[in-house]
Design a protein around this ligand. Structure first.
Ligand code: TXA
Ligand code: MG
Length: 357
């Protein structure tokens, strides 16, 4: 079965701002209206090239506080500040090292978030009390137009309830946040599908705190070796980034994630055992592997032909399988090159169990 993104539905625009959410197509007029709402301290969900973000004026503490309430996000998880241009960096970052400039020139607008020393004007609430601020310039015309029109930096986490799967369509945002935000700007499915790469420049070599849309290979081609932080590294007194919780991005169903040389055959064994127990099984698989198992009785969501399309479709697949009430979801690791590393990071954290083969 081939699953396509569902068509953009009606826009149930209610025209009121408040606890009612207006779901609006991202026309130039609606972008101006949403920018006004941001300036007035409201909440606007908008597409970026990675996932949908839930934006508020990053310099307005009360507005930023509403993000945490709407998402039910714990206050110790800091937000990313979005700018329309790197020229505005000094407005939120106290200092910008040459390495950050190089990276900004090469990768912005784009899915790279840099951790920099924060300006005092950025409320502590936004950075969860840290002395640093996470900043990026998104590569999506709607996001850029919105931030530009608002004329303020925009704090925006992914527009999902805390701990849930990230949203890659306006429907996903509506499902999680309807009635909790002022405007949802609908710009269709997001093109990359996994969040930005979060890079810490305070260590030597720099380290990736969260793999994402800009790959390790792309970074290394510009700045040389980088490390990737992971939970298996020698224990530190605390997480380098408070948002790096082990359990995150989780679907409702129990997710089993298979890693290693025999991941696919182990997945098939588990599939057969679950089916024999009468369980409803969901599977995320690349097209070629999906074809091998489609007749076995599981609900199969095709991720496409390569890691890029898997990244784009992964979150939608988890949500789709959840909407079909499966008991368990099975998927295998897709390696660590390119976007594979980000996919592995998210599925490991979404998984109830990681099975090493
Ligand atoms: O692609 C993305 O990054 C999306 C879109 C909307 O831009 N945003 C996003 O935000 O994924 P969020 O809040 O879901 O993830 C922010 C990540 C968390 O892992 C958080 O811990 C980290 O950035 N972070 C934020 N500020 C930080 C800081 N000062 N130091 C270290 N990590 C930080
Ligand atoms: Mg998130």
């Amino acid at each position: 079965m081939i699953i396509s993104e569902s068509a953009i539905g009606n826009h149930p625009c209610c025209g009121k701002i408040g606890t009612m959410t207006a779901w609006l197509p991202a026309t130039p007029e609606n972008i101006v209206r949403a920018a006004q709402v941001l300036r007035e301290g409201g909440l606007v969900a908008f597409p970026t090239e990675t996932v949908y973000g839930l934006g508020a004026n990053a310099l307005d503490e009360r507005a930023a506080a509403r993000i945490f309430t709407a998402k039910e996000r714990p206050p110790e998880d800091p937000l990313i500040v979005h700018l329309s241009h790197a020229a505005h960096l000094e407005g939120v970052a106290r200092s910008v090292p040459p390495l950050a400039r190089t990276l900004a020139e090469r990768f912005w607008p784009g899915p790279l978030t840099l951790i920099l020393p924060k300006q005092p004007c950025v409320p502590d609430l936004v950075t969860a009390g840290l002395d640093t601020v996470a900043v990026r310039v998104p590569a999506h015309p709607i996001a850029l137009a919105l931030i530009e029109a608002a004329g303020v930096p925009v704090a925006a986490p992914s527009a999902n309830r805390f701990g849930h799967t990230s949203p890659t369509t306006a429907q996903h945002v509506w499902h999680d946040l309807e009635g909790r935000i002022d405007i949802l700007l609908d710009g269709g499915p997001t093109p990359i599908g996994v969040e930005s790469t979060v890079l810490d420049l305070s260590t030597e070599p720099p380290r990736i705190l969260r793999p994402g849309g800009v790959t390790r290979e792309q970074l290394e081609a510009v700045i040389g070796p980088v490390t990737v932080w992971n939970r298996q590294m020698p224990p530190e007194s605390k997480l380098p980034s408070p948002g790096l919780l082990e359990r995150h991005y989780a679907p409702r169903a129990r997710l089993l994630f298979f890693v290693g040389a025999k991941a696919w055959s182990a997945l098939i064994e588990h599939l057969q055992a679950f089916l024999a127990e009468g369980k409803q099984v969901g599977i995320l698989a690349l097209d070629e592997e999906a074809r091998q198992i489609e007749q076995q009785g599981a609900l199969v969501y095709r991720l496409g032909r390569d890691v890029e399309s898997a990244a784009r479709r992964m979150y939608a697949g988890l949500r789709w399988l959840d909407s079909h009430q499966v008991d368990v979801i099975l998927c295998r690791d897709l390696g660590e090159s390119g976007l594979g590393l980000a996919i592995r990071d998210r599925l490991q954290r979404a998984a109830a169990q990681v099975i090493h083969t």
